[in-house]
Write a protein that binds this ligand. Structure first.
Ligand code: SF4
Ligand code: SF4
Length: 467
């Protein structure tokens, strides 16, 4: 180990890789990754990006595949409309997602960050390649930034930031399409700007946010801002799989010298694993919070091992216990518990989605009303109904009394016609012969029908005189 490496290895926990000793930003010029893992990540990233940009255009039965319209409280998942009344499904979905992430983190560390986190995908597979294209390789970028102002430098900087801003603008529009739907966004784009000033303002804020993240903040999001990254410490343990350096095999590290008997481990102190790291850390110091599990150091080290004709895998996916004792990956009790919980939540959520109604009827007694004795001897109660049509079709609806003699009379209208994707409110009287009401409060059943098909059964109390 060189003196510099020794100093780094003993003090790395006292420093932040993105900050210099003088407290300034340490700009990371990570080398371009190359290798098997980077290829796999590239495939996943471009697939992911394609889905992200294409999904708003996908429609099934006229409904977007996915839409989260927070202002209107309307959510569409897998082309099924979910209303605020279905919020419990969302709540279970969120809990399931969090458990899934926790389970994954306990078992595989920051696998999510390196492979599917949007921040990593956009940074490493959109903005960084654009930067390479405009400003050249990381070493050329370093030289360019250190050089004085020239026409060429200014031109490259203007071009890079203009393209970064444009891509951020496109990303902001795509996110808006997930909120309002792509049709609405197209209408808004075609309309005069003055009609959508508020929206334009929001879009510009989001565009600046994305631009600032990818042009300046970058890896600081992962190393300092992201709460998920901060929680790593409490979720991982010695059985957690992650990108690890095999110190048993690599140490003591030492430079490679030709034609001499090697008295060191397999690490030749080439520092390629450090130069390629997008968060600027040295994985040889052990598991660190700043590691996003991007696998760039695995590829870099494997390529060095190939050149040296050593076995690959000096840096590889492994747990601390695998490295220290050579044991195999263990599916711990904690992992088993999370898996069972995840399974239960998935089953519960699937059941709730499958049994979810497309029309939801809520019936309540009209406020301040008890009952009325009609001249014909019937007892009448006034009810109010709120009916939510979650489908894209208009729907006629009727109420029918079940299991008891009586009539249903709508107030002010002859029939109920539900508009598509809308909430309809109405009032109605139920009249039941007095002799059929055995007590002051009787539970009655109302069938909700659409085109002779029963869509819901509602049980409610009907009030009559005290006997
Ligand atoms: S790339 Fe491999 S050999 Fe080179 S310093 Fe890193 S661990 Fe050692
Ligand atoms: S240490 Fe390796 S896996 Fe972790 S962020 Fe750096 S390059 Fe990626």
């Amino acid at each position: 180990m060189t003196e510099e490496e020794l100093l780094h290895a003993t003090t790395y926990r006292d420093r932040v890789s993105t900050v210099t000793d003088k407290g300034k930003r340490n700009w990371i010029y990570a080398l371009k990754p190359k290798g098997k893992w980077y290829t796999y990540r590239k495939i996943i990233a471009y697939f992911y990006l394609a889905i992200f940009f294409i999904m708003p255009f996908i429609k099934v039965n006229g409904l977007p595949f996915m839409m989260v319209n927070l202002p209107k409280g309307k959510f569409i998942l897998f082309s099924k409309i979910f209303w605020p009344q279905d919020f419990f499904i969302f709540a279970i979905g969120m809990i399931t997602f969090i458990i899934f992430i926790v389970l994954f983190t306990v078992a595989f560390g920051r696998l999510f960050c390196g492979w599917v986190c949007p921040q990593t995908i956009f940074m490493e597979f959109v903005f960084r390649p654009l930067e390479w294209l405009i400003e050249g390789s990381p070493s050329q970028q370093k030289k360019l930034n250190a050089s004085g102002d020239t026409m060429q430098k200014t031109g490259k900087k203007i071009l890079k930031h203009a393209i970064f801003f444009l891509v951020s603008f496109i990303i902001a529009h795509t996110f808006l399409s997930y909120i309002l739907g792509v049709d609405e966004v197209i209408i808004i784009i075609k309309e005069p700007i003055t009609q959508n000033i508020g929206l334009l303002f929001g879009l510009i804020i989001f565009t600046f946010l994305f631009y600032a993240v990818y042009a300046y903040v970058r890896e600081i999001v992962c190393t300092t801002i992201c709460p998920y990254g901060r929680l790593q410490g409490v979720m991982v343990d010695k059985n957690t799989m992650g990108v690890s350096y095999d110190y048993q095999r690599g140490e003591p590290r030492g430079l490679f010298k030709k034609n001499t008997n090697r008295e060191f481990g397999d690490c030749i102190s080439c520092n390629q694993c450090v130069h390629v790291c997008p968060t600027g850390i040295d994985i040889r110091n052990g598991s660190q919070m700043e590691c996003v599990g991007c696998t760039a150091c695995i590829d870099a080290c494997n390529s060095v091992m190939d050149t040296m004709k050593f076995d690959r895998g000096l840096i590889r996916y492994a747990s601390e216990n695998e490295i220290s004792s050579g044991s195999k990956f263990v599916f711990t009790t904690r992992m088993k518990a999370y898996t069972v919980l995840l399974g239960v939540l998935l089953v519960a959520m699937s059941f709730m989605i499958a049994s979810r109604k497309t029309v939801d009827t809520y019936i309540s007694r009209a406020g301040g009303q008890l009952y009325q004795e009609m001249p014909n001897g019937n007892i009448s109660n006034l009810f109010e109904a709120k009916i939510i049509n979650k489908t894209k079709q208009e729907m006629p609806v009727t109420f029918t009394l079940e299991g008891i003699e009586g009539t249903v009379k709508l107030v002010g209208e002859n029939k109920i016609n539900l508009k598509a994707e809308d909430v309809t409110k109405c009032s109605f009287f139920i009249e039941i012969p007095k002799e059929k009401i055995p007590k002051h409060s009787t539970k009655i059943t109302i069938g909700v029908f659409s085109n002779d098909t029963k869509i819901q059964t509602i049980k409610i109390k009907f009030l009559g005189p005290f006997h």
